[in-house]
Write a protein that binds this ligand. Structure first.
Ligand code: AMP
Length: 353
């Protein structure tokens, strides 16, 4: 890969809020973005110079899209791997291996465990019998998760006791049975890896979820999270290196008395890094653009105490009232429809130190 020249064009697969914020960061560096996503509420589109609304398997459209781009990335980790494979490989610095691993919970856990990471106790399940055997071995409480396409707690079923097993239907798709981790806290490691292999970490936020959806990220994280960050970073570095990854990569962890337990990874900019727009010297969005364009990475230092809160569903109705506090930075994603559980925006409060 070479440096994308000034005024160059970045292709973004996916049309959500992450693409929207990537396009804003790209514009600051003088780049233009072209988006590509199937029909939907593509809130990145108004921020892109051009936007292809086509299916993931539309080869002629993908070829026309690629032809206009100097470099291509994604903001959505469920872009089919075949879509990425259909693009000129020299234009996709992140490669498709990271997507392949992150799209399948079993593949992801095996990959990370192979590098010495510690995922929650788990078993692959394909049938009702498998679930009973997994419950026997791993116990309850547990969570049954679809291997693919789950996000924000979707495609997950909580199993509180063996009695719940009787009510479960046979899985319609491959799933993973995961022992419930009694964690002290959740946190993420967010890193950017440049084309030359240089890695920079942001400070790790404490992440609090409600109903399986990220509600809040706070920094500095408390001591019982900080104590695990070094080990979690070591693992994240190995994952990024092993995948020859370029760009922002996020690993989510549970902090437990036994050490950091790996939950999942996202080969993309991540909700738990949104705070970095105002809370860090360089945001995750800018460093992702720098990395894929072959530019030096920016300083990731935190500038103060930070709280990022997601505005989910109706929480967005009174969003402008948040501006009464001058320390708040409001981000609205411009989504057409408000739905329960839908991320509509976020607010970051920074107290500079
Ligand atoms: P996930 O989509 O796997 O990241 O799950 C969403 C959220 O559900 C996590 O951030 C946790 O709050 C909770 N969760 C998921 N898996 C587990 C687990 N094995 N033990 C405890 N909590 C979990």
């Amino acid at each position: 890969m070479q440096t994308v020249p000034q005024g160059g064009t970045i292709g973004i697969l996916g049309g959500g809020q992450l693409g929207r914020m990537l396009a804003m960061a790209a514009a600051q560096l003088g780049y233009r973005c072209i988006g590509y996503a199937p029909e939907g509420d593509n809130v990145a589109a108004p921020l892109c110079a051009d936007f292809f609304t086509n299916d993931w398997d539309d080869r002629p459209a993908l070829a026309a899209f690629a032809q206009k781009c100097d470099v291509i990335t994604w903001e959505f980790e469920n872009v089919p791997v075949d879509t990425v494979k259909a693009l000129p490989p020299g234009r996709v610095p992140c490669g498709y291996r990271a997507l392949e691993v992150a799209q399948d919970r079993m593949a992801e856990k095996n990959f990370v465990a192979g590098l010495g990471g510690c995922p929650a106790p788990h078993a692959a399940v394909h049938s009702a019998d498998d679930i009973v055997q997994a419950a026997d071995r791993i116990g309850t409480p547990a969570i049954l998760k679809t291997c693919r396409d789950g996000y924000d707690g979707k495609g997950q079923w909580r199993i509180d006791s063996a009695r719940d097993l009787a009510g479960l239907p046979a899985p319609a798709q491959p799933c993973v049975y995961e022992g419930f981790v009694r964690f002290d806290a959740e946190f993420s490691v967010i890193l950017a890896r440049g084309q030359d292999g240089e890695i920079r970490f942001w400070d790790s936020p404490l992440n609090e979820h409600e109903g399986g959806i990220l509600a809040r990220s706070t920094l500095p994280a408390p001591g019982h999270v900080e104590a695990h960050v070094e080990a979690a970073r070591d693992l994240a570095r190995q994952v990024a290196d092993a995948l020859h990854y370029v760009g922002v990569l996020t690993l989510e962890f549970f902090a437990t008395a036994e050490g950091p337990v790996f939950n999942e990874m996202a080969p993309r900019v991540h909700n738990s890094g949104h705070w970095s727009i105002e809370g860090a010297a360089t945001s995750q969005f800018e460093n992702h653009i720098r990395a894929i364009c072959g530019l030096p990475l920016g300083d990731t230092a935190t500038v103060g105490s930070v709280e990022m809160r997601n505005l989910i569903g109706k929480e967005t109705q009174a969003a402008f009232s948040l501006l009464a506090d001058p320390a708040n930075h409001l981000h609205l994603y411009g989504k057409a429809a408000m739905r329960d559980g839908r991320k509509m925006g976020h607010v970051t409060r920074v107290t500079r130190t």
